[in-house]
Design a protein around this ligand. Structure first.
Ligand SMILES: Cc1cc2nc3c(=O)[nH]c(=O)nc-3n(C[C@H](O)[C@H](O)[C@H](O)COP(=O)(O)O)c2cc1C
Length: 267
């Protein structure tokens, strides 16, 4: 079993330590698990040029050819699951991670990593972790992955020896609480990876699914991808039992998108 770990930080400190701790937990349940750490700052990734060719035609026609993006994508495709980790930088993900997500934007249209379990790790000195988590959650959901959960860590409160100390000092109670959360999350991640059962999407996931499906009315390549996957008329990326409220919500979303989309095609 292989987990790809996308590391947004340019250094191997707080978020890396958290990922290593998750690795140790995972190995308690599954000793043969293999972690493939992808340190984005050590890779050559060009800035998106904004041509939209990947959306309109194919990602294979992207003008940014001579970089490491496709090698990284292959590592993600080969993995059974993904951890995506970023420190908060000015209330957002790091530039390295944002550049990577921008270049992979076509995954919001054609979800090639669909169904893989994903875990989100955010470290901070105190603020902004909610914003970063929400952005990464939107990314994981838009890529059609199964979000197992997240862990948000205030580094100076969690790491005893960490310097500089900052406004928050080390707090044993906080440290223990986060360690417990980390263990539970790792257990759930292993369960998702091995059970292969389909995770029930949240309302947010269902909303994203239908918003992204709307692109199939404006893009021929997206439509043929979604058609080939059998996603055009279904309730979610994969067959899964949903409660009546989610089925109803999805039904309303589907009708609305179909009405607006068909009008767009008729124009
Ligand atoms: C350029 C830069 C910007 C940062 N911006 C924030 C911020 O907006 N809010 C915050 O609480 N911490 C901020 N931090 C602190 C980091 O998020 C924090 O130290 C984190 O634990 C670092 O994780 P890492 O060791 O994995 O890089 C910033 C750090 C740097 C270097």
């Amino acid at each position: 079993m292989k987990i790809a770990v996308i590391m947004g930080s340019p250094r191997k400190k707080d978020s890396y330590q958290i990922c290593r701790q998750i690795e140790m937990q995972l190995k308690q349940f599954e000793p043969n698990i293999e972690m493939d750490y992808i340190f984005l700052s050590e890779h050559h990734i060009l800035d998106c040029k904004g041509c939209c060719v990947c959306f309109q035609k194919s990602e294979t026609l992207c003008p940014c050819k001579d970089d490491d993006l496709n090698l990284i994508k292959q590592r993600l495709i080969c993995a059974d699951g993904m951890i995506i980790a970023s420190p908060v930088y000015a209330y957002q993900v790091t530039a390295q991670l944002k550049r990577f997500i921008d270049r992979m934007s076509y995954l919001f249209h054609r979800q090639q990593l669909c169904g893989k379990p994903a875990l989100i790790v955010v470290t901070t000195d105190g603020g902004g972790s909610k914003q970063v988590y929400q952005y990464l959650r939107m990314t994981v959901s838009g890529w059609g992955m199964k979000e197992v959960g997240d862990i948000q860590i205030i580094s100076p409160r969690y790491f005893e020896e960490r310097l500089p100390k900052g406004a928050y000092g080390y707090h044993l109670g906080y440290h223990n609480k986060k360690q417990k959360q980390l263990a539970l999350l790792s257990k759930e991640f292993i369960r998702c990876l091995s059970a292969g059962e389909e995770r029930v999407p949240s309302f947010y996931d269902i909303f994203m699914f239908h918003c992204l499906r709307s692109k199939t009315y404006t893009s021929v390549v997206d439509r043929s991808f979604w058609k080939e996957k059998g996603w055009l008329e279904v309730s979610y990326f994969y067959p899964v039992k949903m409660n009546i409220a989610k089925r109803g919500f999805g039904g309303v979303m589907r009708c609305l998108i179909n009405i607006v989309g068909k009008r767009y095609i008729e124009k």
